[in-house]
Ligand binder design. Sequence first.
Ligand code: SAM
Length: 502
Amino acid sequence: MIQPWSNGYVADVAYIEGFYVQQSPMRLALACHIGGVAVDLPEPDDQACYLELGCGMGIGALLTAAANPGWQVIAVDYNPAHIAVGASLARTARLENIRFVEADLTQFAESAEARSMPAADFVSMHGLWSWVGGDVRAGIVRLLAAKTRPGAIVHVSYNALPAWQGAIGMQRIIYEAGIRAPGRSDLQAQAGLALARDIKAAGGKYLVESPLASDLIDTTGTMATEYLSHEFMSAHWKPAFHADVAAAMAEAKLDWVASANPLENFNELMLTEEQRALLDRYKDPIVRELIKDTCQPRQLRHDVFVRGARRLRDDERDAAIARLTLMPTIGESELQTKLQVPAGTADMSGPLKTMMVAAMRGPATIADLLALEPGRSSPTELIGVLVGSNQCQVAMRPDGLQPDSADRLNRVLASRVESIAEARPYSGLASSRLGGGLSAPPLLQFIAGRMLCGEREDRAEAWIERLASDILPEKHDKVREVVNTAIEQRVPVLRQLRIVPE
Ligand SMILES: C[S@@+](CC[C@H](N)C(=O)[O-])C[C@H]1O[C@@H](n2cnc3c(N)ncnc32)[C@H](O)[C@@H]1O
């Protein structure tokens, strides 16, 4: 069901809340470091501006604002139901440095509101580009051209080609059958999916033979209906080639730098030796990315662009990365040294493992870690592996104190967690040391909330009772185990990040 103002995008069903670490300022800065591009990271008190476009409920923008109280955060979305949730959370947490703006990006660049905004240091758009029409994309490019400062970092995620090639027909079946069905968009998406499933069951050749379409049809049964309607029911759903996104961004003087997913920048982990030999024949980044996307199709790309990329020599890049500090985001006992990567299983044994184990003990610079095993790894490899495997994040302020704004938002987010069985998706906790959010499930938000109210781990039994109040008694032991494991493994991480008191 399309609203008169929604220009073909789904607006009658709210999108799911979520936090995506690729949108964090430090993750964007890291992509620049790995891509060999200079970064001028704003200081806490600089008049920096972080802009999120198509922000949904704006959880990432809220975490960024709370963790960087000296910066200004602006979150734009045209759906008032989304803006209302974000603005209400900001109000409850008394965040004064974030503004939720209800505006259509088709013409936002020309508005008085946009004209009065500062030029952004960071821009992020997740789940927007390949779901909106050409007029919206053109409006976004005009906004980026007018409202990014030289050196600004811009993140855009999108459904990518050729990976999505095999499912274009599937989306069209879901959309065309769905849009003719009665009811809200979530019901329409289900009606469209039901037809796709029936066609597949009847041996419909395309849906049976396209591995991507076939797998998607099987897995959608477990996905949130809100997600499915926003994923498949937009009239403008159109996966994009990286080359076309890069061409659009170039109109705003933005140069492609790297992927916000660190591991994707390491050809040794992404491609076979034979594929790397092919890649090495080309210097042009557009052709190289096309080769990579053809050899190892990426469904969702997280591209990072810079307005006026200043390219560094390899030694300058390595020196910049060596100065970065890593903070573990998992417990020491959770460390994984065997990683599943597109090129196979990467087994980090020997010296690399020693450095990874050391990284789990607490804040350490890349230079400190490399010094443990001189000459056995490189700054890019070590940081790529530890951050890319989601076992560490890069600190923005390694010695920073947690501001009250971060505590307030973390308390507000925690206060919404009532039960361990809650369907609320993975979210985050604000950390000034990280300069943004730590990915955190509702359980960890709950624990942080209790500890921010002065309780300690010895209250675990009361926490378990509260979290299990709607769970069958025979399952309480399982809840106890999950809560105790989280306390043992993750509370030390929260303490190190100063998200909870000592
Ligand atoms: C898939 S959702 C992603 C939301 C959020 N970035 C996230 O990842 O949770 C896409 C968002 O873009 C917004 N949107 C779509 N078209 C828009 C437009 N023309 N102007 C402003 N926002 C738009 C939708 O309301 C929706 O919140």
